[in-house]
Every structure is written in structure tokens, then in C-alpha cells.
Design a binder for this molecule. Structure first.
Ligand code: UDP
Ligand code: MG
Length: 316
């Protein structure tokens, strides 16, 4: 029988995990005639009892596997580790907080099985329960990145999706260090069906994303998927050159006709400040790409494993 791997990244999810497990085994039971399951939990350096819970789940349920990182590597790393270590013919990525309703899984599976899609993604059509200012910036981000990048980013798309092995293998083959999954999923292509649903608030625990973290994540997405800011910097330089050329002619002619070399201190200062600002901005943009290049060439591993369910068997 074919198998679905359910990958769940967990960071301090001791409160949500038992609830999640209960939900997912219900769905697994409902689908047990059609398909087998493997639950692969990735413990992303949690500081609470997440690992203990995973150990005991793995002991009582043979379908449960886990990978525990040596520290917090971030959700992108956790998802990558899950994909790389999954063994199923189909793979789904889920959050532990039940914001990705496992109940959608049968429908997603049918779409792939019967309608020939390679991957089924989910997007939330509302952002209920989110601070309005956050929703506003999220919308702006999607507008900007879709203007700049050739790869399409779907507004409201979640990481929750079901994929065939073929899609998973192509995602794994992208070994980059700065991972921006939303982009990687569109980058690999394939036929994707989008399911829409209303936003669900997390069942327990709290969100790990501060506004600042989200902002940095947005910059990461832009740098990873488009070099348009570099072109913008070059364009800005070109415009500045053209303006300064006109300004030089103007100043020159004025000095020839009126011959007043002394006045003009305020305008000089304004120009110096403005040009200085533009130069710093452009250098900053270049630096952002250079930094990513630097991180990428170091070729550090994306994650480091400290323990898996196999170590746990050996111990006892
Ligand atoms: N997560 C993770 N590593 C991190 C942060 C989050 O593995 O460094 C996991 C977290 O446990 C959860 C999922 O990623 O299962 C989504 O996180 P969260 O619910 O905090 O984000 P939100 O749903 O608020 O965007
Ligand atoms: Mg969540």
C-alpha cells in the first residue's frame, strides 16, 4: 500500500502536540483503507517538553518518527529535514498548532490521486485573528515581490500542502542555504491545485513570529527570488547621473551669465546629503546580496541532528 509522510515542525509545542496527534490519527484512521501513514516530527531545538512528548509517542505508535535538532534552526530548516528524511510516496507539511486542518487531507489526497495534480497547496482567504497592521504589511509584501520576481508567490499561501514524491525530490535537489519555501515550491513548477479556507487560530501555545522576524523573512524572500533591487540601484544611479549632468550645465551657464560664485551653500549641502543617502542605500542593497552570497559559499549544513527515534530504541 502507498504511504503518506506527515511532516510536522515543532518549536516549543508541548501544549499543542497532544491535540495535534489526536487529530491526525483520526484522519489516518478515516483513510486507512486507502493509504498508510508515517508521522515525522521535527523538533527544532525546543526548550520545553516537546522532545519528551515525541519520545513517548514514538514508543507507543510505530508510525511516529522524529528528528531532534541540536538547536533551533528555524522552520525552513525543519521542513527541509523532514522532506529529506521522509519515506512516503506522498508527503504533506503541517504546523503543530492545528492552523493547518488535518481534516483537509482526504480531499487533498483525492485531488492528487484522481484528478492528476502533482501537488495540492492551501491558502487562507481571510486573515482573521491577525493584527491589522501585520495583514497590511503582508499584502504589501506580496504585491511588491510579485511585481519584482518571475516566480509567483501566492498571497495567503500556507506551507501546508500535499505533494507527490517527484515534487519532493525536486525540492530536496535545491540545496540552497537561504531557503524560502514559498518561492521554492513555485520555482519547481508542476500542476498545483489551491484549496482555500478561512484562517484558523492556533489551538494552544503562542506564535513564534514577531513582527521583526517576519520583516527579515520578507527581505530574505525578496533577496532569494529576485535581483530587481540591484537593477533598481543601477537605475537610480543612472537617473542621478542624468540629473547632475543637467545641474552642471545649469550652474555653469548661470555662473557665466551672472557670475555669482559665493551664494548656494544650502543647495550644496542638500545635494551632498541626498547623494550620500542614495549611495548608502544602493550599497546596502548590494551588501544584502553579497552577504547572502557569503553565507551560501560557506556551505554550512542546513540543520544538525542530535537524536532520532532510532537512538531512542537503542537506549532502552
Ligand atoms: N516552528 C519551527 N521553528 C521555528 C518557529 C516555528 O519549527 O523556529 C514551527 C512551529 O512549531 C509551528 C510552525 O512552525 O508548528 C508555525 O509556527 P507558528 O504557528 O508560530 O507560526 P504562525 O502560524 O503564527 O505563522
Ligand atoms: Mg501557527
Amino acid at each position: 500500500m502507498e504511504k503518506i509522510s506527515v511532516i510536522v515542525s515543532c518549536y516549543n509545542e508541548e501544549e499543542a502536540l497532544p491535540l495535534f496527534y489526536e487529530e491526525i490519527i483520526k484522519v489516518a484512521k478515516e483513510m486507512n483503507k486507502k493509504v498508510d501513514f508515517e508521522f515525522l516530527f521535527v523538533n527544532d531545538g525546543s526548550k520545553d517538553k516537546t522532545l519528551e512528548i515525541l519520545r513517548s509517542l514514538a514508543k507507543k505508535d510505530k508510525r511516529v518518527r522524529y528528528i531532534s535538532f541540536s538547536r533551533n534552526f528555524g522552520k525552513e530548516a525543519a521542513m527541509y529535514a523532514g522532506l529529506e528524511n521522509s519515506t512516503g510516496d506522498y508527503v504533506t507539511l503541517m504546523d503543530a498548532d492545528l492552523q493547518d486542518p488535518p481534516a483537509l487531507l482526504p480531499e487533498m489526497f483525492d485531488l492528487i490521486k484522481n484528478d492528476g495534480y502533482d501537488s495540492v497547496g492551501t491558502r487562507r482567504v481571510t486573515r482573521k485573528g491577525e493584527p491589522p497592521i501585520r495583514s497590511f504589511f503582508a499584502r504589501c509584501f506580496y504585491k511588491i515581490i510579485n511585481k519584482m520576481s518571475k516566480v509567483e508567490m501566492v498571497d495567503g499561501a500556507r506551507d501546508y500542502r500535499l505533494m507527490t514524491r517527484q515534487v519532493v525530490d525536486s525540492i530536496i535537489s535545491l540545496k540552497e542555504y537561504n531557503r524560502y519555501s514559498k518561492g521554492l515550491f513555485s520555482f519547481v513548477g508542476f500542476e498545483t491545485k489551491w484549496l482555500e479556507y478561512e484562517n484558523v487560530e492556533r489551538v494552544a501555545g503562542e506564535t513564534k513570529w514577531s513582527f521583526w522576524k517576519l520583516f527579515k523573512y520578507a527581505i530574505e524572500g525578496i533577496v532569494a527570488f529576485t535581483t530587481a533591487p540591484l537593477t533598481l540601484a543601477a537605475l537610480l544611479g543612472l537617473i542621478m547621473c542624468a540629473i547632475s549632468f543637467l545641474a552642471i550645465i545649469f550652474v555653469f551657464v548661470r555662473a557665466l551669465i551672472f557670475g555669482d560664485p559665493v551664494s548656494g551653500w544650502p543647495s550644496t549641502i542638500c545635494i551632498i546629503l541626498f547623494v550620500g543617502g542614495v549611495q548608502l542605500l544602493c550599497m546596502g542593497i548590494m551588501g544584502e546580496y553579497l552577504a547572502k552570497n557569503y553565507l551560501e559559499t560557506k556551505r554550512r549544513p542546513i540543520y544538525i541532528v542530535k537524536e532520532t527515534e532510532k537512538d531512542n530504541y537503542n537506549k532502552k
